[in-house]
Design a protein around this ligand. Structure first.
Ligand code: FES
Ligand code: FES
Length: 177
């Protein structure tokens, strides 16, 4: 015979919360220590712990590229990257590309070519373009279109974005031996 559940002593079950992890990231040249929950994305860590809001959250699902940063020199979607897994890594965000008195050449080219409208996708576009150039696979305009296809611009500024990237890529080729 089954015991009446109403007459049994009930135990309160308290779910144990995961302990935040202490990690260090070198962000834009400065080592930062932070305590993050295991589920904190790199994007949220930048926004909520480090007040670096230049990197944008678009879809939060790896589909728009607005959150692109450079992680150990390579472009990644920070919304798909868990901060806890990148302890000790080096992160460069849009804020870290320029110095006090000089914009990164791509930032300048985006201005010169009017390569944005609302500007929401722009930090991701620029970080992605920096990473793409380091990969050295872009030889033609079609290559650039293909290799930048993970970065969506809802304003449709693609023609100007392409022109800005082509200009910087062309100058880089000129200085190569
Ligand atoms: Fe990360 Fe869209 S916010 S890809
Ligand atoms: Fe508005 Fe690209 S400039 S989304």
């Amino acid at each position: 015979m089954r015991a009446d559940p109403n007459t049994q002593t009930k135990e309160t079950v308290v779910p144990s919360l995961p302990i935040p992890a202490r990690i260090e990231l070198k962000v834009n040249g400065v080592t930062r220590a932070l305590e993050v929950a295991p589920w904190t994305t790199l994007l949220d860590a930048l926004h909520n712990y480090l007040d670096l809001t230049g990197t944008k959250k678009g879809c939060d699902h790896g589909q728009c590229g607005a959150c692109t940063v450079l992680l150990d020199g390579k472009r990644v979607n920070s919304c798909l990257t868990l901060a806890i897994m990148k302890d000790g890594s080096e992160v460069t965000t849009i804020e870290g590309l320029s110095s006090a008195d000089r914009l990164d050449p791509l930032q300048q080219a985006f201005i010169d070519h009017d390569a944005f409208q609302c500007g929401y996708c722009t930090p991701g576009q620029i970080c992605s373009a920096v990473g793409m150039m380091r990969e050295c696979h872009a030889k033609t305009a079609d290559d650039i279109r293909e290799l930048m296809s993970g970065n969506i611009c809802r304003c449709g500024a693609y023609v100007n974005i392409l022109a800005a990237i082509e200009e910087v890529l062309g100058k880089k080729r000129e200085v190569r031996p």
